[in-house]
Structure formats: structure tokens, C-alpha cells
Design a binder for this molecule. Sequence first.
Ligand code: GLU
Ligand code: ASP
Length: 458
Amino acid sequence: MENRKELFGHPVGLYILFFTELWERFSYYGMRAILVLFLVASSTGDNPGFGWTKVEALGLYGIYTALVYIASIPGGIIADKWLGQKKTVIVGGWLLVLGHSILAIQAEWAFYAGISFIIAGVGCLKPNISTMVGGLYPKGDDRRDKGFTIFYIGINVGAFLAGLMVGSVAINYGWHFGFGLAGIGMALGQIGFIFGLKYLKGIGEATKALPEAERLAVNKPLTKVEKDRMIVMFISFLMIIVFWGAFEQAGGLMNLYASEKTNRMITFLNFEVPAPWFQSVNSFFIMFLGSAIAGFWYTRKKKKKEASSIFKMAIGIIIMGWGFLFMSAASMQFQVNGSSAMYWLILAYLFHTVGELSASPVALSYVTKLAPMKYASLMMGAYFAATGMGNYVAGWVGEWSQSAGELEIFTGIAIFCTLFGVLIILCLKPLKRLAHGAEDFSDDTMSGLKNTEQIETA
Ligand code: GLU
Ligand code: ASP
């Protein structure tokens, strides 16, 4: 009975998942906000770090954040084959509590052990909790998209609080207290999930057998339409990699830039803004602009002028790329003055956010619509893996900036993203043809898959 209880028009279970993911993202983004700053901090100062070079720190940032997302693939498989999503989320939660708590210990072995547990924990938790959100709604229920939007807000509330709270604690009391606070956040999320289990009965349970339709689909060879759609899908993956490859400079290069080259002093308050606080700017803008941008596309849709997903993703990449022009301006100001103003970072993050809100919410839904039934369950994992590759590219570009020059890299990213986005827009017509009307399905991602199958078999 408790399963069916509703609150503000959505199943109570949604708020349980919201709360857990909020604290999971709090711990992840809190750790991410201070990671490279900790690695480059001198090992002999009063808040000692590892004293690594920036190249070493950005290299690790790329590999680590890539693995976090790539671990979604085994995480998804564990849930599909053995435990079901709910149990896998619980396992992931414990791994995360453990991982973040170990990071609070000041030793090199603890660092590597901690991040390994976090990789495994996010891999178990993140893809599966997202699938559970979809599972809360019966097939065809049009509240599902709204449910995902509410969930996405939870992600960003967590990320917002993380930059401010974990950042302040780490700067004022020490890095390891910051990592420890991230662990406390995750523990709260885990406790909430366990107490909320009664509202999640029948959601994300292990299923032994595949539903009949899926089992039939697995054995069929791909049709011509499916093969064409695969091409569009791989181009979408490329777009996801480019997008996150640029966007994820946030926690790496731009984080170091905020810490070392930005004048963070607010003179009339006699207060220096801690560098990790800038990690909250993106999620702050999301909370305020999210519904405005969704509303914009909604009115376009009403007027039957809605843009295609590929177009939205390409525009998102271009707008996000332009954000880097503000970083170029900041670098030029630094070269003249020896420091640059805070507003450049804020403007850069504003453009990054508008780009993210155009591209990111449609990407997963579109990729799942393009996927042949055969690979349906793989797609959530493949999507996160593409994000992971993007994170790896981000670390690599950050490392490269240390020899090529930051001004050159910031400007280069802006130019590259613009050209890439324009190229995709120029190819829009052939891409749409290859997609064979994949767009025409409802926004409900999983039912999109079912529709594909119906069209093909009809
Ligand atoms: N920033 C979002 C999150 O942490 C999106 C990441 C992604 O989709 O790759 O959930
Ligand atoms: N905006 C990221 C995720 O949406 C969070 C972050 O980078 O702080 O939703």
C-alpha cells in the first residue's frame, strides 16, 4: 500500500530516490571540488596535500572521474543479472560511505583505497538509481519526465551544497575534514534510503527472466533501420564525449585557475571567497535556469517548432564552448595584471550551464530511442561510459594546457566546440534521415524503445 502513496502528485518513492541521490552527489561533487586542489597543495604547508604538479593532478582527475562513470557498465550488469537495482544501490551506498570515510585518513594508501571504493560505489549506485526513477511510473505515465526533472534538481541541490560546505570545511579545517564531511553526507543518504525502502516495494527488484518481447528481440539480426540508427547513435556518443571533455574542465583546470590566478577578495567585506565555492556556480544556475530553459523548448514544441535532439545537443556544445571565451579573457587579464576577476569564471559557468541544459537532458533520452531493442539495457551504461570518456579527455586537455598555455587551450576549446557544433548542424538533414523518425516517440525514454520495436515489426 505504502508503495502507492503520493506526495505533490508523485510517488513517495521519488522523494526517497531524490534524497539519496542528493547526498550521493553531495559526496561526489564535494570530493571533486577539492580533489585537484588537495593534490597540488604543498606537502609541507599548514594544510598539507600531496605536492603534485598540475600535470600529475589533472591526469589523475581525468582517469579517476572517467573510471567513476565507466564503472556504471559493470554496475548495470550486476543489477540486471544478479541483485536487481535496489540491492545494488544499497551495496553502492555502503561502498561510498566506506570510500569517503577512508579518504578522511591522511595517508597515501588511504587515498588510493578511498578512490577505488568510490569508483565501485558510484558504478553500483548511479546508473541503477536512475533506472529506478523510471520504474516508479507505470508505462506511458506522462509524469515520468517531470519525475526525472525533479530528480535532476536533487542532483544539483547536492552539487550546490557540496561546493560551499565541503569547500569551506576543507579550506578552513583541512582537506581530510572536507573528505570526511562528504562521507557524512553519503551516510545520511544511505540511512534515508534504507528507511525509505518501504516506499520502494517492487521497484528495481531482481528479475530472473527477460520479458517475452525482449527475449525475442535479442535473437533477431539488426534491420537496416536499426543499423542506420546505430550510426546516429555513435555520432551522439561523440557529441557527449566532446561536451563533457570541455565541460569537465570545471573541477580540473578551471578549479586550479580559480584557486591560483583569480583575485577572490571581496574588499568591502574583507572576505576571500574560497576557490571550491566556484564549483557551486553551475548547480546554482541550474536551479534557477532549469525550468526557464525547459519552458522555452516547451513553448517551441507547442508551436510545433521544436528543434530536434541533435540540434539541441549541437547548440548546447556551441554555447558551452563560448563560455571558454570568458576564460580566454581572464587569462589575458592575468597576463597583464597578475590576477583576473571573479566575474569571468561566473560568466563562463553561466554559458556552461545554458549549454548543459540544452544538451544533457535530451542526450540520454535520444540515445535510448536510437538503440535497437537488442542493446536496450546496455545503453544506460554506454551513455555513462561516453560521459566517462569525456571526463578522461577533460583531464588530458588540462594536462596539455600546462605545456601549450592556458590562454591557447581555453581559446582552442571555444573554437573547436563552435566548429564541431556547426558541422553537426550542417549535417542535420542526413542525420535525421539516418535516424528514421527516432524523434517521433514520446519523451518517455524506455517506451521509445518499445515503440521502435513495434514499428519495425509492424
Ligand atoms: N552532472 C550530472 C550528474 O552528476 C550529469 C552527469 C552526466 O549525465 O554525465 O548527474
Ligand atoms: N551540473 C552537474 C550535473 O548536473 C553538476 C555539477 O557539475 O556540479 O547535473
